[in-house]
Design a protein around this ligand. Structure first.
Ligand code: NAP
Ligand code: MN
Length: 261
């Protein structure tokens, strides 16, 4: 397999990347940073998110594998003392490929539309204070939201920000996305559902705000301000991410090891 390494950039992950390359050379593995078949992320989940966004235009041909360097590494299957074993398996064995759902956001502004993909989640907040937004499901007004913001997550992102705001954990075999509230205001005057909701493939969640309200929009680790937004439409993406599994690591074991053990 032709590989490319993306490391976190600190001393530990750079040293691991050097060790990886040395052994890969010995075993005759080729590397190519433009069109690899396997992307090896060395670091934490933040590194995997970066790797995903670097290669998001090649999702049909690229698969991902992660190596921990002492971070949570929910997406990483391999510990640093297992690096040699991983390189050997890459050289010898054909991995099982598992494909997980992504979420797509289409932002409509006066000058056109842009489309984005997230591996973990999108979040929407207001620049100054309370986010006031109409939440539409499949074209119909569901609720008026007032509060800090909303998190729209993928199943594998459901253990990240979504979990911190009380969302449920979804198994990634479910082609779905979850909408969770961040500190919604609920009183005699304002009311939201209060619990998070899970939408299946082909359903659309649209969020409309006042066009002159500047928003903070995040795509995974990337946070930006967006102005003059008319509406943002979220749905389960057509594309999926492929992870290369060189040994089994079931999702619920991953959850237990990350949060309970
Ligand atoms: P970070 O501040 O290092 O991430 C926060 C924590 O979330 C880290 O422990 C990270 O693991 C972990 N994490 C990331 N993706 C995860 C996943 N799918 N399942 C379980 N844990 C996960 O920032 P970052 O590394 O650039 O990651 C960006 C992500 O941070 C965002 O996508 C968002 O999900 C999360 N975030 C969470 C909150 C919150 O919980 N209040 C607020 C902002 C952002 P590593 O240590 O391995 O990186
Ligand atoms: Mn991180």
């Amino acid at each position: 397999m032709i590989y490319s390494i993306l490391d976190k950039g600190d001393d530990v992950s750079r040293a691991l990347a050097a060790r990886f390359r040395e052994q890969a050379d010995r075993l005759g593995l080729k590397s190519d940073d433009e069109t690899p078949e396997l992307v090896v992320s060395i670091g934490g989940d933040g590194t995997m998110l970066q790797a995903f966004h670097r290669f998001r235009d090649q999702l049909d041909t690229v698969s991902f594998v992660g190596v921990h360097t002492g971070h949570l590494g929910f997406y990483a299957d391999w510990q640093k003392d297992e690096l040699e074993e991983l390189v050997r398996l890459i050289a010898e064995a054909k991995p099982r490929i598992v494909q997980y759902p992504l979420v797509q956001a289409e932002i409509e502004q006066p000058d056109g539309k842009t489309v984005h993909l997230a591996l973990n989640e999108f979040t929407l907040k207001s620049v100054d204070g309370t986010l006031v937004a109409g939440v539409y499901i499949n074209g119909e007004l569901f609720e008026m939201f007032r509060g800090d913001g909303v998190v729209i997550s993928t199943p594998t992102g459901s253990t990240a920000y979504n979990k911190s705001v009380g969302g449920a954990i979804l198994h990634p075999s479910l082609e779905a996305m979850q909408i969770a509230e961040i500190a919604s205001i609920n009183n005699r005057v304002y009311r939201t559902l209060g619990s998070s909701i899970v939408l299946p493939k082909h359903h659309c969640c649209e969020i409309r705000t006042e066009e002159n309200e500047p928003l903070i929009f995040s795509i995974d680790h990337l946070v930006m301000q967006v102005d003059h937004v008319r509406t943002i439409r979220f749905r389960v993406a057509e594309q999926k991410i492929s992870f290369a599994r060189f040994r089994p690591f079931p999702f619920w074991n991953r959850v237990r090891e990350s949060f309970i053990n």
